[in-house]
Design a protein around this ligand. Structure first.
Ligand code: UDP
Ligand code: MG
Length: 300
């Protein structure tokens, strides 16, 4: 197994002017020390910052040739920023790390060791979480449900500190706030995930960019991801099952309540039509090249 890697660091930035210099210095220092890293690049994605982040990044770029800066036209959200970074990354391994210095770059080697053990995605686990009580409780509920529903045995899906083999990161097509579910998206494509414990640091500068809307958005993304996990390439299995239940209920109601029976029968037909439409849409979207991503090795 290869044990020297080129690493790309993807750092989404929204109004984080105070930590950028420190963060890039710490990452560079760690990369120069780590025997498993042959080369590295740090890609900052400025996600529509309103403060001086872009100015700071441009200065850092002129001083360091390992730094790359991509600036988005407006604030598109962390998932889009990460996707822009994944598209631009040229490393064998791709780290994501938040810009606020709540994660410690000194822990980089622990992630790489897990890749050497054969895993494809390594997720940080903030076991000593230093966020507010309300955020910790909501996060525990989110992690418990996601882990149970997806059968992925990790404790902290939303940790920003993660390491991906390039094949994993390049398989994503992230939108909305899907960054919370990258381990689920990875397992969907047959990759294997694990976790390492990381020390969480308090946010020293700036503020969190997420309010209460994160819980509602997280719920809708969860439903979408669970659907994707089971039915992405077979929508008829999903709609067909619901139509079947409606059809059976319609038959049961036939001799008791004719109105209900007709309603159930009509629902079954409409849902079945949705299934056919979803199937046609899927055929248009999912291209044959998609399956290339499922091949682990080629002995041709
Ligand atoms: N971020 C971003 N775009 C956004 C929101 C956040 O690029 O619309 C970045 C932010 O600058 C930080 C990371 O995503 O580097 C995580 O954000 P934050 O620290 O606010 O999240 P929390 O730690 O509160 O979950
Ligand atoms: Mg943070």
């Amino acid at each position: 197994m290869k044990n020297k890697y080129k690493i790309s660091f993807i750092i989404p930035v929204r109004d984080e002017e105070k930590t950028l210099l420190d963060l890039s210095n710490k990452i560079a220092e760690e990369c120069k020390k780590c025997a498993k890293i042959s080369d590295f690049e740090i890609i900052f994605i400025d996600d529509g910052s309103q403060d001086n982040s872009l100015k700071v990044l441009k200065k850092l770029k002129t001083q360091n040739n390992f730094i790359k800066v991509l600036s988005l036209r407006k604030n598109f959200g962390k998932s889009v920023a990460l996707q822009v970074g994944f598209n631009a990354a040229s490393g064998d391994l791709i780290f994501t790390i938040d810009a606020d210095l709540q994660d410690d770059p000194a822990e980089i080697p622990n992630f790489i060791n897990k890749i050497d053990e054969g895993y494809d995605l390594v997720s940080g686990f903030k076991f000593n979480r230093l966020d507010s009580k309300e955020k910790c409780i909501a996060s525990s509920v989110f992690n418990f449900i996601t882990s149970r529903a997806s059968s992925i045995k990790i404790h902290d899906f939303n940790c920003g500190f993660k390491l991906y083999r390039k094949e994993v990161a390049k398989s994503f097509n992230m939108h909305s706030e899907m960054h919370r579910y990258t381990p689920v998206l990875a397992e969907l494509n047959g990759f294997h995930c694990t976790e390492v414990k990381v020390h969480h640091q308090k946010r020293m500068h700036g503020v969190s960019k997420y309010g209460y809307s994160r819980y509602l958005n997280g719920l809708f993304d969860f439903i979408a991801v669970m659907y994707l996990m089971r039915y992405a390439d077979k929508p008829m299995y999903f709609f067909g099952k619901i139509a079947l239940v409606c059809g059976v209920l319609g038959i049961f109601c036939l001799f008791q309540n004719i109105v209900l029976a007709v309603l159930f029968a009509l629902s079954a037909v409409v849902i079945l039509c949705f299934g056919i439409l979803a199937h046609i849409v899927m055929l248009g979207i999912i291209k044959p090249e998609r399956v290339e991503n499922y091949v682990k090795e080629r002995l041709l």
